[in-house]
Design a protein around this ligand. Structure first.
Ligand code: DP6
Length: 334
C-alpha cells in the first residue's frame, strides 16, 4: 500500500568548514566542499500528507500559514518527488521547529532534510539516505548534510568524479568521535536580513575576494577534515574559525554584512577565553549569532562565560546528534 502520510524529524547542522558560493548554472551545486556537525538539539518535525481532495499544496510552519516564498521552495521539492513517482495529488506539509523559527537561527537545513524524508516516504519512495540527501541538496545545500548524524561532508559540485549529476553528503565520523559541545549564542531575535542564497550570489558576483575564498576553502576543508579524523580539537577549532572568517571576509567585501555589534562582542569574549587558556573557538553563519565550539571538559566554564556576556541573549547548548529519520515507527505514518 502506498503511504499517504509520513512524519520525519531532522536536526540543524553547523558547518565547521563553510559552504559559500554555488557552481554556475542550475541544480544548486556548491562551489566548495563543506564539513558540518549535526546537532542533537534544534529539530524540525514535518508531516507530509498527499491528499486527493486538496486543490493546492499547503505549508504551515509552527501552525502559521507560511510566507509565499517559503511555500514556493516547499512546492519545488514536492514537484521533484511527484516527478520521480508519478504522484499527482497535492500535499499538506505541516512543519514545526523546537527552537524559535523567527530567531534567525538556520532552519532551512533541518527543514528541507525533514521534508525530503517525509515527502519521499509519503509518496511511496524507499530511497536511501544518499538519495534523500541529493533531494534535500537541490532545495538547500546545507540540508544535504542533515540527512546524516555526527560529522558530515558535502563535496563541491560538478564535474563529479563519477560523472553523475547526483551529489550527496556523506558521513565522515560518528557523533561520539569528538567530545564536542556547541554553544549557540543567540544575539538578536528576529529573522535575518539577507538569505544565504542571495548573500552568496552577491558575494560571488561582487566581491573582489570571491576568487580568494573559492581557492582557499577547499584547502581549509581538507586540513579541517584531517584534524577531525586525528581528533585534534585545537587544530579543528583554529581551522573552523579560519573558514568562518574567510567566508565572511569575502562576503563583507561585497557589502554582505551579517555581523552586528553583538557578534563582535561575542567574538571578543571567545578570544578573551583563549587568552586565559580556555580552548573555545567561534564560527558564524549567515546571521548575527555566534556558535562556540568547546570540549566537554571545558564546557561548564565556557557556557558560564557566554551566559555572562551582555551581548548574548540566550545560549542553546547542543551536542553532536543523529541524522534525519522517520518518526512514529517504520512507515513514519502516525
Ligand atoms: C553560511 O544551505 O542555506 O550556513 O543552498 O542556497 O539554500 P542554499 O544555502 P544554505 O547555505 C548555508 C550557508 C552557511 C554555511 C554552511 O552551512 O555550510
Amino acid at each position: 500500500m502506498t503511504a499517504n502520510a509520513a512524519v520525519a524529524i531532522a536536526h540543524a547542522n553547523i558547518a565547521l568548514s563553510k559552504y559559500w558560493g554555488k557552481r554556475e548554472g542550475s541544480g544548486n551545486y556548491p562551489a566548495v566542499p563543506s564539513l558540518s556537525v549535526t546537532l542533537a538539539g534544534l529539530a524540525t518535525r514535518t508531516r507530509v500528507t498527499f491528499d486527493g481532495a486538496a486543490e493546492n499544496d499547503a505549508f504551515t510552519l509552527d501552525g502559521q500559514v507560511a510566507a509565499p516564498a517559503a511555500r514556493a521552495r516547499v512546492v519545488e521539492m514536492l514537484d521533484r518527488v511527484r516527478r520521480a513517482t508519478g504522484e499527482t495529488r497535492r500535499a499538506r506539509v505541516e512543519s514545526s521547529n523546537d527552537f524559535p523559527t523567527a530567531s534567525g537561527l538556520a532552519s532551512s537545513a533541518s527543514g528541507f532534510a525533514a521534508l525530503a524524508v517525509a515527502a519521499a516516504r509519503a509518496a511511496g519512495l524507499d530511497w536511501d539516505a544518499a538519495r534523500l540527501s541529493d533531494l534535500a541538496r537541490q532545495s538547500s545545500a546545507s540540508a544535504a548534510r542533515s540527512l546524516f548524524g555526527g560529522f558530515v561532508e558535502l563535496p563541491a559540485g560538478p564535474p563529479m568524479p563519477d560523472g553523475s549529476e547526483t551529489l550527496s553528503a556523506r558521513p565522515v565520523a560518528p557523533p561520539g568521535h569528538l567530545p564536542l559541545v556547541v554553544f549557540v549564542c543567540v544575539t538578536t531575535e528576529g529573522p535575518k536580513a539577507l538569505g544565504s542564497s542571495e548573500g552568496m550570489r552577491k558575494t560571488m558576483a561582487e566581491s573582489p575576494f570571491a576568487r580568494a575564498w573559492l581557492d582557499e576553502a577547499p584547502r581549509l576543508h581538507a586540513r579541517l577534515r584531517g584534524a577531525l579524523l586525528a581528533s585534534d580539537f585545537l587544530e579543528l577549532g583554529e581551522l573552523a574559525e579560519a573558514s568562518a572568517f574567510a567566508m565572511h571576509a569575502s562576503a563583507l567585501a561585497a557589502g554582505v554584512v551579517y555581523w552586528t555589534g553583538a557578534t563582535i562582542d561575542v567574538l571578543a569574549a571567545v578570544r578573551g577565553l583563549r587568552a586565559a587558556g580556555v580552548r573555545a573557538y567561534a564560527t558564524i553563519d549567515a546571521g548575527p549569532h555566534v556558535k562556540v565550539l568547546a570540549r566537554h571538559e571545558d564546557a561548564p566554564a565556557i557556557g558560564a562565560a557566554l551566559r555572562d556576556c551582555p551581548a548574548v541573549r540566550r545560549v542553546i547548548e547542543a551536542r553532536p546528534g543523529e541524522g534525519a529519520s522517520l518518526a512514529g515507527g517504520e512507515g513514519g505514518a502516525e
